[in-house]
Design a protein around this ligand. Sequence first.
Ligand code: FAD
Length: 221
Amino acid sequence: MGDSQPVLIDFGLTLAEGDEATDDEETWLQFAKEMEQPEFYDLVSKSKPLTPISTFKYPQQIRRHYEKMVRFPVGLLVLGDAVCSFNPVYGQGMSVCALQVGALRDTLAECNGSIDSQTSRSFFRRTARLIDNPWLLATSADFLYDKAEGHRRFGLSILLWYITKVLALSSCNDKVTKSFLEVMHFVKSPAALFHSGGLFPVLGSALGIYGKPSQDRPIIS
Ligand SMILES: Cc1cc2nc3c(=O)[nH]c(=O)nc-3n(C[C@H](O)[C@H](O)[C@H](O)COP(=O)(O)OP(=O)(O)OC[C@H]3O[C@@H](n4cnc5c(N)ncnc54)[C@H](O)[C@@H]3O)c2cc1C
């Protein structure tokens, strides 16, 4: 990143477990300074803010199972956040909306524009399948915070352990980064994280073969 080039950086810090998000610049910078990776603080401490700091709260992720409804008004379909609203920190909401629009296109093509109760059932089943994987990832990741409420499915602690390793390694291991981004962008299913490109580095990290991610390679270069 050249010194003479102005760079617009749009960034946020995520707090959890009852922390109060601050709009005070000094407190915010102090928080950034305490992060494990030094690059973020180095960058923002030298940058000039374009706007005051904004904060927002997002208390819960919500999924509504329209596919389980026995009856639904004919001629109405629901998609987007009205079906499933993700914590924005996972950046999934618009992507899942786009997938649902694709499902809407396919459903309308199949029924030749003649919408009946079967159409909505077929649409909601389709969209439910599209939402399942991102919902699994987003809700599982929320359980990294002790105070997160909700049903903790069997095997969750192993999944969380694995996700934590993947997240740490994705800052320094190209194969893990690629698998992680492919899953987050719905190019591949979450199972891809458990294939050799993800599994071996995670096991290597657990056995201490890899060092701390922040020591291996800087995030920002
Ligand atoms: C801070 C933040 C960051 C995000 N970042 C990302 C990201 O990086 N990537 C990503 O994929 N997603 C992100 N999302 C999620 C994304 O914005 C939503 O998933 C997406 O906007 C949902 O689209 P929607 O049309 O379903 O709902 P909305 O965009 O909420 O649109 C609903 C519209 O309906 C209007 N409305 C509500 N009630 C009524 C009423 N009674 N009458 C008339 N109009 C009404 C609202 O004013 C609004 O304009 C983020 C969300 C937030 C809050």
